[in-house]
Write a protein of this length. Structure first.
Ligand code: UDP
Length: 325
């Protein structure tokens, strides 16, 4: 049985679907503070909070858990700057509860959702695993702390982990069964799609004076189904007795905010309003992953790297989601 902590959320729900498709048995642990019960369409469900260690003990008692995938975390960078306590408590302290109960039950395999935000402002791109990790906000800091804690736990207790550092996760399940639904939404693609649906007046471009081709920020957009494959490959590696490791996950090519908007206009067929505004604090001009290591060691092969496919999958889901609002 594979435990997916935070499996009712965006990325966790896609991995849950893929694991079930490949024959794994899963159980989802989620507080539903951010996750959606309707996203748990496969496996068992157990509502609980990582802040309450007895909840975690409860699920480990009920199910024969062999390995854990941990997605549960707050993810808003701006909020983490304003309220770091919320981030350190949930993303670090509550995560320690999970590790404690894993060790109590002798479960020593975990895939941890990390982030490109652990690198901070890039010193060079594409960013490989050797790039210094100097986060510039509490969100990235908290994720890096957990990576370091995992390294210590491996040395001391033999807890084997794979930390996967996502660049810009995006897109939705190609069958349209699940997708991205954050509240509040702060990510570029869903916000653009809201503008296309007329749910917001415009899409704001945060900064047009960056040192990039068209002055807007460049990001590495990686489809959530590709991320799902990387998780399963990482899980297999640990199940086969593999050592702990960290991988950067992205497509290795960047798109600017203006390029994303242009493709979204084509995909949706809507000429929504675009407004240029000031830069958003803390946005590096360019973030691109070097995922050679994941390709070589995990044999990861991302498939959905073209923007049109990514945005079309998100659009299919987004239209459907808003129909039922
Ligand atoms: N962005 C934007 N307008 C928005 C939201 C995001 O111009 O309404 C830009 C943001 O400045 C960044 C890129 O889009 O350069 C991706 O932002 P997102 O929040 O999706 O992901 P992040 O890169 O912050 O993880």
């Amino acid at each position: 049985m594979i435990l997916i902590v935070g499996g009712a959320g965006y990325i966790g729900s896609h991995i849950n679907k893929e694991l079930n498709k490949q024959g794994y048995k899963t159980v989802i642990f989620d507080s539903l503070v951010k996750g959606h019960k309707e996203a748990v369409k496969w496996g068992d469900f157990f509502q609980g909070d990582l802040g309450n260690i007895e909840d975690i003990r409860g699920i480990f008692k009920k199910y024969p858990i062999e390995a854990v995938l941990h997605f549960a975390a707050f993810i808003e960078v701006g909020e983490s700057v304003k309220d770091p306590q919320k981030y350190y408590q949930n993303n670090v302290k509550n995560t320690l509860n999970l590790f404690q109960v894993m060790l109590e039950n002798d479960v020593k395999k975990i895939i941890f959702s990390s982030t490109a935000a652990t690198f901070g402002n890039p010193q060079y791109v594409p960013i490989d695993e050797k790039h210094p990790q100097m986060p510039i906000n509490p969100y990235g800091q908290a994720k890096l702390m957990v990576e370091k804690i995992l390294a210590d736990y491996d040395l001391a207790y033999g807890l084997k982990y794979v930390a996967l550092r996502y660049f810009n996760a995006c897109g939705a399940d190609l069958d349209g069964e699940i997708g991205e639904n954050h509240n509040p939404e702060s990510h570029l693609i869903p916000l653009i799609l809201d503008a296309a649906l007329g749910k917001r007046e415009d899409i704001k471009i945060f900064g047009t004076d960056y040192p990039t081709v068209d002055g807007t920020c460049i990001r590495d957009y990686v489809h959530v189904n590709d991320l799902a494959q990387a998780h399963i490959l990482a899980l297999k590696k640990l199940m086969d007795g593999g050592e702990s490791d960290c991988f950067n996950l992205g497509n290795g090519s960047g798109f600017s905010v203006k390029q994303v908007i242009e493709v979204a206009k084509k995909v949706t067929g809507v000429d929504f309003k675009v407004t240029e505004v000031e830069r958003r604090a803390g946005d590096p001009p360019e973030l691109i992953a070097d995922s050679k290591k994941a390709r070589e060691i995990l044999k990861w092969e991302p498939k959905y790297f073209d923007l049109k496919t990514i945005i079309s999958s998100a659009w299919n889901w987004h239209k459907q989601l808003n129909k039922s609002d």
